[in-house]
Design a protein around this ligand. Structure first.
Ligand SMILES: Cc1ncc(COP(=O)(O)O)c(C=O)c1O
Length: 488
């Protein structure tokens, strides 16, 4: 690699921001790059690969994997992008199957938003923030203040904003679950702040263990870290775990005792197969009601997104965060921070409105919306179960039942010879396994080390978004051959 002295360019790999270099983001790492190379080779007609399709099971990107967009959403967006269509309402209705509620919603949004080609207010279109507040009230049964809602370019940008505000210096610590979606560790790396990891409990299907959380916090404090916030991903990525009420209560109580800001990443709130989703906001309001005064000082930021669930519109970059209990002066700075980026994509903001306010029973678009929504939900659940059943049969593989989100995170026990072969290649055993899987099957998954895992354990994460189950058979066959090859 060229050093500063030898390179003629002003910027080289040794003098750019070292914190960017230090950040790791495995879901789009080496395996993903290689899978794209395979895809390109197949597209050019290559016949020398042992598979004929590449399956991107590495990233929760539903529409890349053939999930169809919900018709109502896209019909409204089409009018927002091209308001001239409103001059041909008869064509929309009689020839293109648009229902009257599509047109009414588009007209309302155009009235509130103006042109989707214009910047909006920095924290989002007020009418859309009001729709989000009404959704939160319906969801939780407690009031929500629209002025505490900030529309964002997906949850990623919300996390970026919050961590920028929270991380004052390199001594600031944020408790992050392990395994976790690497956005958190990567962003903390870039900000040169401290990630304080706490392990989720695999034996209780990735529950949040309060003692572990406390220990991690105590250890960091003893090392002089200023622990300020705790991240909870519920339902979990990569684990799929959906937190029960008791765990949520325990985390809120812990945050009170330790004076921690809670960042509740709830982007998978509709991807729940077992039990029901309970929001941190609802639980906090409930606890405030039960014990007046005790939880008044809790600071909670909760996030949601159009990327996941049955919406799956991650390319549109829409989301929001709601702040509860934040100091108004801090909120002013958050407003200033988001203004520096001007505003979230306005079409993405409109999708947030459609997500939180979809057609209601009795409205013209409802039946189709419901049918599409249910088909996506049921398809995800069926594929999760098929994948889980396959993992159950595989030697040395253990996997909890699918509970939610879009992922399974099986634990794998690999033979010592496989670990030696991995070391000889300079890879961790799980990276080695996933690389061989990609080469043999075209299925791209992410090694557990990309999310963090307890020392001595190995995992991989796969989405269950790809259509069909043929690719699952490829994994089963590969696994058997891999184990046979490296068996001690
Ligand atoms: C837990 C979690 N949070 C946040 C995100 C970011 O989502 P987006 O920025 O697309 O809303 C993801 C994406 O996979 C995720 O899994």
């Amino acid at each position: 690699m060229a050093s500063e002295a030898t390179s003629s360019r002003r910027l080289n790999i040794d003098n750019i921001n070292p914190h960017v270099r230090a950040a790791k983001y495995a879901v789009r790492g080496e395996l993903a790059v290689k899978s794209e190379e395979y895809r390109a080779r197949l597209a050019q007609g290559a016949t020398d690969l042992p598979f004929d399709t590449v399956i991107s099971a590495n990233i929760g990107n539903p529409q890349q994997l053939d999930q169809k967009p919900i018709t109502f959403f896209r019909q409204v967006l089409s009018i927002l992008e091209n308001p001239g269509l409103l001059e041909k309402k008869d064509v929309l209705i009689e020839h293109l199957g648009y229902k009257t509620d599509v047109i009414e919603r588009a007209e309302w949004l155009l009235k509130e938003v103006g042109s989707v080609g214009a910047y909006s207010a920095s924290n989002g279109v007020p009418a859309i923030r009001k729709s989000v507040a009404e959704f939160l009230e319906r969801r939780d049964g407690f009031p929500a203040n629209w002025q505490d809602i900030y529309l964002s370019a997906g949850a990623s940008s919300a996390v970026n904003t919050l961590l920028h505000i929270i991380c004052a210096d390199k001594n600031t610590g944020v408790l992050v679950p392990i395994p976790q979606y690497p956005l958190y560790t990567a962003s903390l790396s870039v900000l040169d702040a401290q990630c304080v990891p706490y392990y989720l409990n695999e034996s209780t299907n990735w529950g949040t263990d309060l003692n572990v959380l406390k220990e991690a916090c105590e250890k960091a404090k003893a090392e002089g870290v200023d622990v300020r916030a705790v991240v909870i991903i519920n339902p979990g990525n990569p684990t799929g775990a959906s937190l029960p009420e008791s765990d949520i209560r325990a985390v809120i109580e812990f945050a009170r005792q330790e004076r921690l800001v809670i960042i509740a990443d709830e982007v998978y709130q509709t991807n729940v197969f077992i039990g029901e989703f309970i929001s941190f906001k609802k639980m906090l309001r409930q606890m405030q009601k039960e014990q007046p005064g005790v939880y008044d000082n809790i600071e909670l930021a909760s996030l949601h997104s159009v990327s996941k669930g049955m919406v799956g519109e991650c390319g549109h970059r829409g989301g929001y965060f709601e702040l509860v209990g934040f100091d108004p002066a801090v909120q002013q700075e958050i407003y200033k921070f988001v203004s520096i980026m001007l505003c979230a994509p306005v079409i993405g903001q409109c999708l947030v409105e459609l997500m939180v306010n979809p057609p209601k029973p009795g409205e013209p678009s409802y039946d189709l919306y419901r049918a599409e929504y249910d088909a996506i939900f049921n398809g995800l659940r069926e594929r999760a179960n098929a994948l889980h059943a396959a993992f159950e049969q595989m030697e040395g593989v253990e996997c909890g039942v699918p509970q939610g989100s879009m992922y399974l995170f099986p634990r794998i026990k690999l033979p010592a010879k496989a670990c030696e072969a991995a070391a000889a290649e300079g890879r961790t055993p799980d990276e080695f396994y996933c690389m061989r899987m990609l080469e043999a099957t075209g299925v791209c998954v992410v090694p557990g080390s990309g999310f963090g895992q307890e020392p001595g354990t190995l995992h991989f994460r796969t989405t269950f978004l790809a259509p069909g189950t043929e690719w699952v058979g490829r994994i089963v066959k590969f696994h058997q051959e891999f184990m046979d090859k490296y068996r001690d």
